[in-house]
Ligand binder design. Structure first.
Ligand code: B12
Ligand code: SF4
Length: 496
């Protein structure tokens, strides 16, 4: 079958770099293994309108990925395709996994795949192929006809039969054996059109960066994190399987840097030690790699970090989130500040660069608690402090808290990005103005100190991307000229 997997175009309000979509790369790989002819259509890098492309290629099925800020563009893409060409359209990804009906209600969406997608996707494709064998001139309406009962027992989907009824099938179990998955199908991406990982290892744009996932899931349930919508079961690949893919990325794909995308790669320390040892033994440690998302601070011993450093690890992130003791307890991070201090100390002592992810504007915050977050970031003094303004994603506990006790200042999924300088909600004494003020203060106070300025000036990235870096700095540090705030704008529009 001819299948197309689409990443809808989405522009973040910052100069972000483009990177191949790992989820689509996995779906494409299992689809190819099934025997499908697969095209990945990444609208971020394609020039031709997708409508033209589908009319030429005539796929049997189209799958579109969607996180929250992307979902409206996914709907627009689905609608545009349906207007020119008839085939079943499947949506998947983090947003539609939480709110499947919202998408399935759209006339141009037939199926929503919830959660991990590989098994569900090939199940959908197999059912379509079987149907096609009997009815080569099928229409989507016939395929989705309730009497055909094609999807009655297909796990992990929400779908709409052609009489307009929406059906919510049972969940599918998470993939137990991650080693059974083929490697992501990077050969289907136009690699030369991508720029880089973000943040990468200071290689300039155009460096060949690849992502890898060595484990999936996270056993923790932090109240602000969308990972809490995914299966609680943490599953990992064997060190041998990771090594084989790593070798492929370095030796065959020419990887110059690698980013581990796991949510919590160090849950099982022994496994990570084995991976590191294999990278050293197989002389793969010359290619720098980073933990993009952060590792658990409570499991970041000096011994482990030192071994990882020898294996090529250049930079690691930690989710610090807040400098306030009470707020830290309230977000269920299950770590304390002394442990975080210990992890940063260990990382620095073995010579690793560090990133601290911090959040400004968690529920219950005050000016003082946000100041403690800034102070704690300065105390830890990582190479990069990444402050994000709390954005409550649907499905998270924070979203429910804000719904009950606060006031959303956004009503459009496209605004669910946290690079913008505008607060997303207000709660109690915590006004948008206060959060926005503390957010800018965080960047100013952290970065406008002599040591971060000197460190930044010494990086290759700073000078190669000078224009871009200055633009980002100006936007982050300077208050907006028109400081209306989203609330005032929405009040004027009568939205709140
Ligand atoms: C790497 C990453 C990024 C990278 C690259 C994104 C990319 N192009 O892949 C960058 C830094 C650019 C990024 C940016 C953002 N990200 Co991000 N990101 C991730 C991260 C860490 C890994 C993504 C990944 O590769 N996962 C592994 C693959 C295998 O999973 P997957 O992509 O979800 O795909 C699987 C399923 O979802 C499903 N599926 C997905 N699509 C489809 C389609 C079909 C048809 C089917 C059947 C199934 C299916 O099947 C796939 C295979 O199992 C995740 C966390 C996570 N653990 O997933 C966050 C995550 C996806 N990001 C998140 C967010 C919030 C963002 C931003 C909005 C943040 C911001 N800046 O404001 C932006 C949005 C960017 C954009 N343009 O859309 C949230 C999404 C929450 C939500 N409700 O949408 C996540 C879940 C993090 C979190 N825990 O909160 N991100
Ligand atoms: S923030 Fe990190 S530890 Fe917490 S649930 Fe998300 S991925 Fe897990």
């Amino acid at each position: 079958m001819r299948v197309v997997l689409v990443n809808p175009k989405f522009r973040l309000p910052i100069d972000t770099r483009t990177t191949p979509h790992l989820g689509l790369a996995y779906l494409a790989a299992v689809s190819e293994k099934r025997g499908d002819e697969v095209i990945i259509y990444d609208c971020d890098v394609e020039k031709k309108p997708i409508t033209e492309f589908v009319q030429e290629y005539r796929p049997h099925v189209v799958g579109i990925t969607a996180n929250t800020p992307q979902v409206k563009q996914a709907w627009r893409t689905a609608k545009a395709i349906k207007e020119v060409y008839d085939c079943p359209i499947v949506l998947g990804g983090p947003h539609v996994s939480v709110l499947p009906e919202e998408s399935c209600e759209k006339p141009y969406v037939d199926i929503v795949a919830r959660g991990e997608g590989e098994d569900t996707w090939i199940d959908i494709c197999a059912r379509l192929e079987k149907f096609l064998a009997d009815q080569p001139d099928y229409s989507t309406q016939a395929f989705m006809h309730p009497e055909n009962e094609v999807f009655n027992d297909c796990l992990g989907i929400t779908y709409k039969t052609s009489d307009g009824q929406i059906h919510n099938n049972h969940d599918r179990n998470p993939i137990a054996d991650l080693d059974s998955l083929p490697w992501p199908a990077y050969h289907l991406f136009k690699m030369d059109r991508y720029t880089n990982l973000q943040p990468a290892t200071d290689n300039v744009d155009g460096a060949r960066s690849f992502s890898i996932m060595t484990s999936r899931g996270c056993p923790y349930r932090c109240t602000f994190c969308s990972q809490s919508i995914m299966p609680i079961k943490w599953r990992s690949r064997s060190p041998e399987s990771v090594l084989a893919e790593w070798e492929h990325l370095v030796n065959e794909m020419g990887a110059q840097e690698i980013g581990i995308l796991d949510d919590s790669a160090n849950i099982r320390v022994k496994r990570l030690e084995e991976i590191a040892t294999l990278l050293i033994e197989n002389k793969l440690n010359h290619v720098p790699w980073i933990f993009v998302n952060g590792i658990r601070a409570n499991l970041a011993s000096k011994e482990l970090l030192s071994l990882l450093k020898q294996a090529g690890l250049k930079r690691t992130a930690f989710g610090v989130e807040t400098g306030d003791e009470e707020i830290l307890k309230s977000i269920d991070k299950k770590v304390d500040h002394d442990t975080i201090r210990w992890a940063f100390k260990n990382a620095k002592e073995v010579g690793l660069e560090t990133i601290a992810f911090m959040i400004i504007g968690l529920p219950g915050e005050t000016r003082e608690s946000m100041q403690r977050t800034i102070d704690f970031a300065i105390e830890l003094d990582p190479l990069i402090a990444n402050f994000s303004m709390m954005t409550p994603y649907p499905g998270t506990k924070v979203y429910e808290i804000v719904k009950r006790q606060g006031r959303f200042l956004i009503n459009d999924w496209e605004d669910y990005v946290f690079f913008e300088q505008q607060a997303r909600y207000e709660m109690g004494e915590m006004t948008a103005e206060l959060v926005e003020e503390m957010y800018r203060k965080a960047y100013r106070q952290f970065y406008l100190r002599p040591s971060p300025v000197m460190r930044r000036l010494k990086t290759k990235d700073f000078w190669f991307n000078l224009h871009r870096n200055v633009r980002i700095a100006l936007r982050t540090f300077l208050p907006k000229k028109e400081k209306d705030g989203l609330r005032k704008q929405m009040e004027a529009e009568g939205a709140i």
